[in-house]
Design a protein around this ligand. Structure first.
Ligand code: TYD
Length: 207
C-alpha cells in the first residue's frame, strides 16, 4: 500500500508519519517511511537547493522541476522497489504538494504539472492520501513557535499559503475516493488515533 500525507505548513504531518510508521511496524508490517523532497541521497541534495534561503531568485518553474527530479529518483530508488516487495510506503508529501504549491500557490499551469508529474513518477499514484488540514495562519504560527527549521518556502506570504490550502481542497474534490480530510487542529495523540483508524481500515480492505 502506498500512503501519502499532505497538508499546509505546521499541520504536524512529520510527527504523525513517524508515529504511524512505528505503529504499523509494531503490527508486523514492512514499512518504508520517507519524505519529499528527500528520501534518497540524490533527492536530499536537490532538497538543499530548493530550500536554501539564499536562492530567493528561483523561479516557480525551476522549483517545480527540482521537486519533480527529486521525486523521480525517490520513486525509482525507494518507493517502487518497496511496493514491489509487498511493503507499505508512507510518504510525507508527494506530487499533490506540487499541484497545491506550484500549481495553485504559484499559478503554474496545472496541465503541465500533471504531464511532467506523470513522467517523473512513472504514473505511480498513492492508494490513499490523508489531508491534515489546518488554517495556514495557525500552522505557520505553530511552526515558528516550535522552533522548526524555517525554509525559503515557509517565507512565502500568507496569501500564498491560503491558495495552497484551497488547492488541496480542489484536489480532494477531483478525486474524493483517494482522499480523507482530517482536521489537524488537535493534540498529537488524538490526531494519531484518527489516522490509525483510517489506515488500518484501508489495510483490512486489502488496498
Ligand atoms: P519541509 O521542511 O519538509 O516541511 P513540511 O513539514 O511542511 O513538509 O518542507 C517542504 C516544503 O516544500 C513545504 O513548504 C512544501 C514544499 N513543497 C512544494 O512546494 N512542492 C512539492 O512538490 C513538495 C513535495 C513540497
Amino acid at each position: 500500500m502506498f500512503l501519502t500525507l499532505e497538508g499546509p505548513e505546521g499541520s504536524g504531518k512529520s510527527t504523525q508519519c513517524k508515529l504511524l510508521a512505528e505503529h504499523l511496524t509494531s503490527l508486523g508490517h514492512n514499512v518504508l517511511l520517507t519524505r519529499e523532497p528527500g528520501g534518497t541521497e540524490i533527492s536530499q541534495q536537490v532538497r538543499q537547493i530548493i530550500m536554501d534561503m539564499k536562492n530567493k531568485s528561483m523561479f516557480p518553474a525551476t522549483e517545480f522541476l527540482l521537486f519533480s527530479s527529486a521525486r523521480a529518483q525517490l520513486v525509482r530508488e525507494k518507493i517502487r522497489p518497496h511496493l514491489n516487495a509487498g511493503g507499505i510506503v508512507i510518504c510525507d508529501r508527494y506530487f499533490d504538494s506540487s499541484v497545491a504549491y506550484q500549481g495553485y500557490g504559484h499559478g503554474l499551469p496545472l496541465d503541465s504539472i500533471r504531464a511532467i508529474t506523470a513522467f517523473a513518477t512513472d504514473n505511480l499514484i498513492p492508494d490513499l492520501t490523508l489531508l491534515l488540514d489546518i488554517d495556514p495562519e495557525r500552522g505557520l504560527r505553530r511552526r515558528r513557535s516550535n522552533n522548526e527549521e524555517w525554509n525559503r518556502l515557509d517565507d512565502y506570504e500568507l496569501a500564498f499559503h491560503r491558495r495552497v490550502r484551497d488547492g488541496f481542497f480542489e484536489l480532494v474534490k477531483a478525486a474524493p475516493e483517494r482522499w480523507r480530510v482530517i482536521n489537524a487542529d488537535k493534540n498529537v495523540e488524538e490526531l494519531q488515533e484518527e489516522i490509525r483508524g483510517i489506515v488500518e481500515k484501508q489495510i483490512k480492505a486489502g488496498k
